[in-house]
Structures are given as structure tokens and as C-alpha cells.
Design a protein around this ligand. Sequence first.
Ligand SMILES: Nc1ncnc2c1ncn2[C@@H]1O[C@H](COP(=O)(O)OP(=O)(O)OP(=O)(O)O)[C@@H](O)[C@H]1O
Length: 366
Amino acid sequence: MAFLALEHITKHFGRNIAVDQVDLQVEQGEFLTLLGPSGCGKTTILRMIAGFETPGAGTISLDGSDITRTPANKRPIGMVFQSYALFPHMTAAQNIAFGMSIRRQPQNVIRQRCAELLELVGLSEKGENFPHQLSGGQQQRIAIARALAVEPSLLLLDEPLSALDARVRVSLRNEIRRIQQQLKITAIYVTHDQEEALAISDRIAVISKGKIEQLDQPETIYNQPRSVFAATFVGISNRFEGLVESAEDGVCRIGDQLLHVPAPLQLTKNEPALILVRPEAVTLQQAPGATASTPGTLNQISGTITLRTFLGPFTRFHVQTSGTDTLLADIPNQQAHNFHTDQQVTLSFPPSACQVLPLHEPTLVV
Ligand SMILES: Nc1ncnc2c1ncn2[C@@H]1O[C@H](COP(=O)(O)OP(=O)(O)OP(=O)(O)O)[C@@H](O)[C@H]1O
């Protein structure tokens, strides 16, 4: 049995269903992220694991014990909130010590553990500071140390970086991952930020409308999204809507153009299909090329560059084509200087770069 197991967990608020028959298994030492838009139910799932909400149906077990009805303060769980929630009148060290003091641990044990945890979060010098004397990032590190102080078996983090600025967010997310790996603690992390989820998770559960749409490793979520929702929520894609021309040969018709996609397709002829192509899979050529291609060759589409944006590691080109909306191409900066706005270009991408999903069945696997 998995270390943490949720079975058919459901939660209603009034007539609204916030969490809809969720099954989730998390292995010991795993870092699992619940990713989804605002209101999808991810915080409610976390709060049920913590014991702050009671499921309407289903069971939660941790390390072999059923904890569905166990009060929050009796669960071996540490929690970190978006708002830090430090006690303002206590020093950083007193905040960390709080849970151990309540458990009446000896003072020398508390002192030593506080020192270890301050070192773990890189704030050995700040133990005597009050929260208002610390930056947001430092306060959140203290909150993490406080959550770890009682040696929980499970660490829950509810959007812990949302209140911080972009630079601190990136460094602290790496810190959280380092600490989790160093302690080998099982962690469940809630965020609506797909980049954050991709960067630090062992696995990601993509959640929509109270259901898990896909549960996979970050690379799989990004490269092989199983639903239109997962594909569009995680990363940016060029979208083509059309009909399957040949499932066997992997050909879809987009207006009067044929696109070659991986064959064979698990769809039938004339079935509506959504084809997604990541901008980094698209290349640009200066001369306009043909607007069709033969199987196994590159897909090619002509267009005009309407916008060029420098994004640091690469340059993003917006290309207006005749048959579709604007397409995006992310081009390495070494090649980007060959292209400018108003230029006629050909966009190319191989069939293997195309992810094909059934258009009207958003939760079906292709
Ligand atoms: N205590 C509550 N009372 C009534 N409805 C609630 C309560 N808590 C959550 N909800 C509703 O349940 C649904 C899921 O909320 P939840 O907070 O779990 O979503 P979320 O994905 O975490 O969103 P966010 O990122 O905005 O926190 C929402 O429709 C929300 O309005």
C-alpha cells in the first residue's frame, strides 16, 4: 500500500462539489504537486489530508493507518501556508520551538533541534529576530523549519511562494526541494504555477473541477498531456483544430492544409482533433516554402512575422499565417538575428512534435 492513499475522496460545500472522487497514492519520500487553476479544489484536497476539512466520502490513510477521522493535531503532519502564519510576538527560534514546547520536550533537546533547523533553512544567524525583522523569504524559511520541528511524516505546502517576488520564489523553491530531498520527507505541494510544479516535483497531479486529469512525472505532463486541459494549462502550445484525414497514416486536415502527425492515431477518420505543437519545436526559414508536405517530412506553413520578443534564453516570434491564428516559434538567439518583423517566413515542425487529442472529449486518453 502507498505511504499516503486517498480513496474516492469527495467534498461538497453546499451544493458545489469541490473535490470529486479523487484517488491518489503517494510514495514515501516523494514530492508530489497538486497543480490547477484557482477554485479547482487543490487546497481542499490538501486541507483534508491535513485534517482541517472532513471528506464527505472516501478514506485517507497514512503509513498504513486510516486517518480520515483523526483530528488535525493528532496527525503526524507539518503544514506551511502561503501567509507564513508566524507568531509575531515570538522570535524565529521561539516560533520553531513552539510545537516542541507544547509536546513538553526537554529544553536542551529543543535548543539543539532549533539550531539544526535554523542551519537547515540557512538562517543560523536569525534565531533571535522577530518576524517583522525578517524578509518574506526568510519568514517562509522559518515557517518551513517550524513545520519540520515536530518531525512530521508528511509535509504539506499550500502555495508557499505566492506572496514572494519572482526572484525569491525561484531560489526558495529550489531550497524547498533541497530540504525535502535531504530529509527524504514525503511532501505535497499546492500551486497554480506550472513552471514551479515542473521545476521541483517528482510527480504532478493536474487538477480541474475537483478531479485529477493527469498524474505523471513533469516530463510526461509536458510532452504527453493526456487531455486538452492538461495540454493547455501546462506550457504554451500552438493549436490547430481540424479533422482526422487518415488515422493509419497520421494525417489531419486543418482547413485546406494537411498536417502530418505521429501514426497511427487512436482516432477515426473525420473525428475532430486538436493538434498541439510547442513553440520550441518550430523552426523558421527565410524563404517562403510549400504549404503542404509528404509523410515523414516536415510540416511547413508560410506566414509573416508580426512580433519579435526577446525572452532572455530565446526569442519568440509571432507569425501570422493564412489558415490559422498567429503561431509562435521560439528560436535560439544565435539564429534569431536572421529574422525581423514583416518578413515572409516558413515555419517547420516534424510530425513527432505534434500532440493529437480528441477535441470534444477533454478527459480521454489518446
Ligand atoms: N469553506 C468553504 N466554503 C464554501 N466553499 C468553499 C470553501 N472552501 C472552498 N470552497 C469552494 O470549493 C472550491 C474549491 O476550492 P479550493 O480552495 O480547494 O480551490 P483551489 O484550487 O485551492 O483554489 P485557490 O488556488 O484559489 O485557493 C471552490 O469553488 C471554492 O469556492
